[in-house]
Design a binder for this molecule. Sequence first.
Ligand SMILES: Nc1ncnc2c1ncn2[C@@H]1O[C@H](COP(=O)(O)OP(=O)(O)OP(=O)(O)O)[C@@H](O)[C@H]1O
Length: 293
Amino acid sequence: MTPVEVEGLRATYGDFVAVDGIDLRVHQGEMFALLGTNGAGKTTTLETLEGHRRAQEGQVRVMGLDPFAHRRRLAGTVATMLQDSGFAGELTAAETLRMWQRLHPGRQGPADPLAEVDLDHRRDVRVQQLSGGERRRLDLALAISTDPDLLFLDEPTTGLDPESRERTWRVLRDLLERGRSILLTTHYLEEAEALADRIAIMHRGRIAVSGTLAEVVGAHASRIRCELPAVPDKLPLFEGEAALDGRRLTIRTRCLQADLHRLLTWADAEGQTLKQLSATEASLAEIFKDVNS
Ligand SMILES: Nc1ncnc2c1ncn2[C@@H]1O[C@H](COP(=O)(O)OP(=O)(O)OP(=O)(O)O)[C@@H](O)[C@H]1O
């Protein structure tokens, strides 16, 4: 069974279209990262998948079921980590965990979920006294406590220091190794690069780009950059687009090898020594910027 299947999902707030006909699938054992600027429609999509909102148009299936109609049934196998879980501040971390496990009967997860997220020393501290990063880790401890098959994580590492982020990544990698599936939203592109099997970049309610990282990067133009010794009278004809800024040459191309060969052959023939020559594939950051421009 495909854990998440979405076809033509559309969600509106009054006249405003927040999600405009998106398709996506999360396969078993993979992490799918949903990226996009503020307001792109990620949380609305996630809320629909979590069963908090009815899909206004389109088909949504979570573990084969309509999540809005079967929210309670899915609670045993699907865990969610929202941006704001709204815990009672006066409960301690350990009491919150016990309450969560009572409300979300599922399988037995790790023996000590608080230790998994490095919060064991904070178990008797009231939630209102935890730092923002510690609350995020408590959210994760709750989500993994019932050993769910599928996890929805909305910005799980926002506000975490680098060490805590590493820790969270280890927890998520461990879940993936055990065949669990994860759909996460994040603003950290390096998080998607480090963890995700597939990504989608949302923009104004639509999915602008999706695929594995290699597919997404491969579909985008690479860049060749160098500095010429003098402004040339003429440049060779490249497959890609060449732009000169004084003596700095940038070529945006989908034919990296052919254009690099052309540039080097031309430089050889003209006796030009190229400085600071680099040839790089597009980064996720550049692709993200292109999508949002
Ligand atoms: N309750 C609401 N009423 C009206 N408009 C809303 C409501 N919730 C969200 N929106 C609008 O829908 C759009 C999508 O919001 P959403 O929260 O899904 O985006 P997002 O990609 O998760 O953003 P962020 O990265 O800031 O969390 C935004 O323009 C937002 O202002």
